[in-house]
Design a protein around this ligand. Structure first.
Ligand code: MN
Length: 491
């Protein structure tokens, strides 16, 4: 489901104490607020005003409805007046959707002449929202609290960012991952507890035989390949004479897409150690599928494949720069320290600064034919890298702030797409922090999704979150990880 089809339900708390007239005014204003927030054009999804809730039953009923409505990606609450919070307990205990408490107020300013006790009774969010906030704190609910005026752009942007994280939750809960082959032999960080991940994050991670994919590849018609080759010629620079190698990747793309769509899978992984019956490791084919929104992970890394799909969905409609990535090698020149990120083949062209080139080169690994791939440089700009690791008994999401730069050298003999960045707080401390936290060599790199959105997503998913920023020190991180370890063992 596309971002714009999701709804967030606006539930306004009140009580009978104030009489019908006040309640009618509250309902009318809540409707007006939802309409204006939608008309702002800032929110990626629709706000739907649902109810001015005055009883335990009204709240429990709207929560039940929200839980079972696939379009509803979360609820947003606010208290125009005072809403005694014991009436919220039953509904909140049952709530299974992301929850944002929007502490706002209908009027921006206190009207100097007009203000009297009637005004005070109608406009008492300042204490209504405190009563409302207490009960969520008391119930230890995962929530987002956003305070500010409902017509302010920066406030609406924060709500919009949170909505994207909540859509990431919806995508996660229904995500299916197709694995072609198992994980690369002996690799630890790409492993994980698939049962725990399904219970916690919703992912259905299952394996399909490479032989079935080979049958699908062989069933692709020359006409289908011709049509896709035309698209390649339009979108990319054909920088090779080895057209048959490119045509084979087109077949792989068509075959994998068919299998993914038939099973409703939004992410996939494969491994160069199991390409039985295939002529090439999918390079261009995997890059193309990522460009279309599918998540991918190399070497059987289904966790990074799933995270790539989720983060792509969270960033839908932005610049489109979200990709499976791997820290490859360092440039350690004093004062110009950078990481070079790439992969054997599979970097998503949504990161490309210019039109990617299709090239065919030998691949030293896997013992298959020379694979076609897209070669390009990544864009400049602020971004994050994210890695989900299984700590045994819990999942840890590690996010690091990075700054991508135009690669400082041409690297004319490097036959893959590449991205160069400076990790925060600096390369060496950044590496020390990443390694201390146990972050993988595989990540999702995104220009579109922020660390704070990933934090919100982790909160909603009830998993550990670790953020490496410009201010992080190894000492502070070690302490944080130690305390996290204790806290998560108690949870
Ligand atoms: Mn890899």
């Amino acid at each position: 489901m596309s971002m714009k089809n999701y709804e967030f339900w606006f539930v306004v708390g009140s009580q009978f104490l104030y009489g019908d007239e006040v309640l009618e005014t509250v309902a009318k204003r809540a409707e007006e607020m939802a309409a204006k927030m939608n008309a702002s054009g800032i929110l990626p999804c629709k706000v739907v005003y649902k109810v001015t809730a005055k009883t335990n039953k009204e709240i429990a009923d709207v929560v039940k409805e929200a839980n079972y409505d696939d379009k509803c990606a979360g609820i947003i609450t606010w208290c125009h007046t005072f809403s005694p919070s014991k009436m919220w307990i039953n509904g909140f205990v049952d709530l299974q959707k992301p929850y944002c408490h929007f502490a706002t107020q209908y009027n921006r300013e206190i009207p100097n002449e007009e203000i009297d006790m009637d005004f005070m009774n109608l406009n008492q969010a300042a204490h209504g929202d405190r009563e409302h906030g207490f009960i969520a704190a008391r119930l230890r609910m995962p929530r987002k609290v956003i305070a500010g005026y409902w017509q302010d752009e920066d406030v609406l942007e924060r709500i919009g960012d949170w909505m994207r994280s909540a859509v990431g939750v919806a995508v996660s809960k229904s995500l299916k991952v197709m694995r072609f082959g198992d994980n690369m032999r002996e690799v630890a960080v790409t492993e994980g507890d698939k049962v725990e991940v399904q219970a916690k994050l919703g992912w259905q991670v299952n394996t399909w035989p490479v032989g079935t994919l080979v049958e699908y590849i062989e069933a692709v018609s020359e006409e289908e390949v011709d049509a896709l080759m035309k698209e390649y010629a339009e979108k990319y620079v054909m920088n090779t004479d080895n057209i048959s190698a490119v045509r084979y990747q087109a077949k792989e793309e068509i075959a994998m897409k068919k299998m993914l769509d038939e099973e409703g899978c939004l992410a996939f992984s494969n491994t160069f150690q199991d390409l039985y019956g295939m002529e090439q490791l999918p390079g261009l084919a995997s890059q193309r599928l990522m460009e279309q929104g599918y998540g991918y992970g190399g070497e059987g890394d289904w966790k990074v494949a799933a995270m790539t799909a989720i983060m792509k969905a969270m960033g839908e409609g932005k610049n489109g720069g979200t990709a499976f990535m791997e820290d490859y090698t360092y440039h350690l020149e004093k004062g110009k320290e950078y990481s070079l990120g790439a992969h054997m083949l599979e970097v998503c062209p949504s990161l490309a600064a210019d039109k990617p080139k299709i090239e065919v080169h030998p691949l030293g690994i896997g013992g298959k034919g020379d694979p076609a791939r897209l070669v390009f440089e990544g864009r400049e700009g602020k971004a994050i890298v994210a890695s989900l690791v299984d700590m045994g008994g819990r999942l840890r999401l590690i996010v690091q702030d990075i700054e991508c730069v135009k690669p400082i050298m041409e690297m004319p003999n490097l036959p893959v797409a590449r991205v160069m960045w400076r990790a925060m707080p600096n390369l060496t401390t950044g590496v020390e922090c990443w390694i201390t936290a146990g972050g993988a060599h595989h990540t999702v790199l995104s220009y579109d999704v922020s660390a704070s959105q990933m934090k919100d997503w982790a909160t909603m998913m009830d998993i550990e979150f670790v953020h490496i920023t410009k201010d992080t020190t190894v000492e502070s991180l070690e302490k944080e990880l130690f305390l996290n370890d204790l806290a998560w063992k108690l949870k």
